[in-house]
Design a protein around this ligand. Sequence first.
Ligand SMILES: [Zn+2]
Length: 72
Amino acid sequence: MACRFPAKTPLPLKPTMEHPPIFLSIDQPATCPHFGNRTDITAQSERSQRHKCLSELCGFQFILEQDEEEER
Ligand SMILES: [Zn+2]
């Protein structure tokens, strides 16, 4: 399965909001994976939070999923 990018659309420099990367939340504060900046929660559901880097130069967005099921 190949990703289809519109041929005439240049790739954005920043990640788009459509497919933000997903990280698992372990008891640690969410920080931007690039510079460790603090993030703001822009959306929240029961098991996931959408974070956005507070740095205007970065603006990186990602989703934090909470793994509540203890698998041991
Ligand atoms: Zn950042």
